[in-house]
Design a protein around this ligand. Sequence first.
Ligand code: IPT
Length: 990
Amino acid sequence: MSLRSTAATVVTDNITPTDTTDSISSTDYVEDVSPGQGALPPRAWYAPGSSDAASLSLNGRWRFRLSGTADAEDGSFAAEGYDAGDWAEVSVPGHWVLQGDGAFGSPIYTNHLYPFPVDPPRVPTENPTGDHLRTFDLPDDWPTADGTDGDDTDTVLLRFDGVESCARVWLNGTELGEFKGSRLPHEFAVGHLLKPAGNVLAVRVHQWSAGSYLEDQDQWWLPGIFRDVTLLHRPAGAVTDFFVHASYDHVEGAGTLRVDSDVPGRVTVPALGVDVATGEPVTVPVDPWTAETPKLYDGVLATAGERVRLRIGFRTVVLEDGLIKVNGRPVLLKGVNRHEWHPERGRALDLDTMREDVLLMKRHNINAVRTSHYPPHPAFLDLCDEYGLWVIDECDLETHGFVEQAWRDNPVDDDRWTPALLDRAARMVERDKNHPSVVLWSLGNEAGTGRGLTAMAEWIRDRDGSRLIHYEGDWNCRDTDVYSRMYAPHEEVERIGQGLDGGPHRRRELPFIQCEYGHAMGNGPGGLADYQHIFETYNRIQGGFVWEWIDHGIADERYGFAYGGDFGEELHDGNFVCDGLLFPDRTPSPGLVEYKKVIEPVRMGGEGRGGTVRVTNRYDFADLSALAFAWSYEVDGETVESGTLSVPALAPGESAEVKLPEPPAVVGGGESQWTVRALLADDTAWGPRGHVVAWAQLPVARTPWPAVAASVSPVASGERLITLGPAAFDARTGDLRTIGTTQLTGLRLDVWRAPTDNDHGAHWQTDPRLGPLWRKLGLHRMRHRLDAVEPGDDALTVRTRVAPAGWEVGLATVYRWTSDGSRLKLTVAVTPEGEWTLPLPRLGIRFGLPSSAAGVRWFGGGPGEAYPDTRSASMLGLWHSTVDELQTPYVRPQENGARADVRWAELGGLRIEGDPEFWFTARRWTTEQLDAANHLTDLRPDGDRVWVNLDHGQMGIGSQSCGPGALPQYHLRARRTEFSFVFSATETGD
Ligand code: IPT
């Protein structure tokens, strides 16, 4: 007996349907480790619309009744004639906890802890159980609308694409079976039970089951029928299962197609002149499929009873020379981990949302997706085929909570669970095997190691030798074809790239990927560019997948977006569920903009004065013919001239020095630069003509720093004031009061930022975590001691010491004010005192302006935020924004919104020039208010003030919320520092 049939046996163990509605009392199946009974063997999935067989969607409003335990109600609701008139309703697909305004319980978020006692396979008595009921008629044109099976061999299947976590199903009072495996399809034969009208479909769904032990992914626990329910007519002679084998011989430029089908038939591919019997190979010249060039050939699989549309992509995946090669070439994965998420509908995603994900990925230069940590809605993979993404398809398996007991009793190392594991592997592989986009199968995530995983790998290899196998949890790579890790620090990845990481012999021969890195929680991730540099340097490293695609925040009027704990969960992991490159509403976060720049497929650079730009094609397969290139020449951020650049259609890996035009003659000085852009030359499936794929700036000339002659003296004015040029100061405290007509509040040194999630770090991190250390040191409560206010001949000098209570460390801070009569210059000199062992969060000044300061213009980095290790996408230009729009709405509020490299900024009637450039931040609340906020709704404008930070330095961001902190070169060390700002009134006064 082959392994395939072993798994199939597990899933074909049909029960005989019986009319059991009045005898159902046992709920033993809930805690049974078996995958279930009654479902048909798994098979290839195709969208109902790609077949000429009839289908009927059973999505929509269903009657719903919630009970607190698995056995609270009997099965009588499944009987025909049952009156569910007083039941509530829910939408299917959907999760009941996200419907009914809280009447149906609440979501629970835990990272890896099981939200119930760990006693496998037992689950709590309190087991929310949702009875779902709907009636339906067969449409008039349904082939067997007379209610019979039509032809003797006609059948009808009832398909569930996803139910969490365990379902028991009845049709017209007859039990069909029960199943587990939440994100996997299950089909039942129902033709013999159907009637033309008044069919009653009853589904009992239990939130907790033995299957829950295998589904401990880091996400919300969301019970329900969350994917489609479909009735599929299967005419006599219809397709059952089929396997499209479409390989590509890159030497010959030929594709070989063979479609194996359980029901024989013919395969036609008109564009290739192919017309062959199933099972028969044919080799023809083809264009291959790659994620960059997703060429699909339309074909048809025709059996006696059905025609199924095929979308065939020819490609060959191999492990060769220690590398993952597709069509003969190594690939560099620039990936993301994608959980399915919608802020209102949870994991019940519609096709538009799936397409939006794919389009957003393509537009941000992402070329790979790991379907963390379960097979996605199958239609998502159709989109990956169509638009072009490499996919690691991951099985619905995680047993992470067992780590808390040193993996004791881990189901993946316990033979009793192996049938369930094999069932999951088979359901994934059989469902998804016909997608060219799927290049690796992943056994699951964070499940330790064990015999069950090995059995899965062996079964998969036997069934589909055309793809490679991934699993991160086994660093010895016993079952896998790629050495995969998560969150390895840069230095370790570099060592792995150099082959200096040792490890067992098998591992040393394998390529390396980071299946998770760059933890995109809150502000960050920092250090992506540094990783990418390493990925591109060492052949063995074939890229990685940022964790993760989208924040799983739940739209909630109370909070903006809710996260763990907001529903009163007894165990939860807070906002660790919001760690995506997209905000919950799919707005790209600065992290995604940064990632897009870091992984751009065309690298450009050079010396602006040199007259050329060096262009490198970093695609793996595509030449540059799909791109157009444009240049512009800017002076002080204003475009003086622009044009197109002719770049040869370089092959992958090739570079060229491309001549720039003569620089335009510019009158007067100014900061000048070239900006070069690579754009889509034409509309594509995923982006419009003109969409920017890559860009670079080449500096030509810098302007000198602003000079202010200290030509006027401070003058005592009345008893309490000192004036200096346009400014007035408090004579006693040295505080700046006004510049011209603009009032300023509280200008002083500032070192505090509202710690980011990465500053906080994950609690299990062994490296020092800055957030808690900063707070312990008291950097959020610095005191400012005034030592002297010294009006001199050409300056007003204010001497202070800035230090936290309780500690010896301090920053001797001298503010030196000078003026030429109209402009005011501040030079801040900071000298650390005592032993500073921690880097500073920030170093600069902050002050309040009247709230009328609503608009900002600046010349510097933009348009979005940037920090020392997240600044790749910061483009030097002339930008404007409102203060409100400067804010980045991290679901848990934290430091955000800094603009890098700012030469000057104007707001509230003030012009501020830096010497040197500075980090600019402005918000309508204080850092303390930002720090205290837990949700976006906690942030309320501070009545009459806009708070401005002008920073000489910012601490890097890093990725320590799950991974390494900021690299040493991005640390803001306390050291003697001097920096200046020049203030003047703007011409317009606003
Ligand atoms: C890793 C998990 O694989 C992933 O599901 C997610 O939890 C991520 O971390 C953090 O957001 S496991 C990690 C704690 C080593």
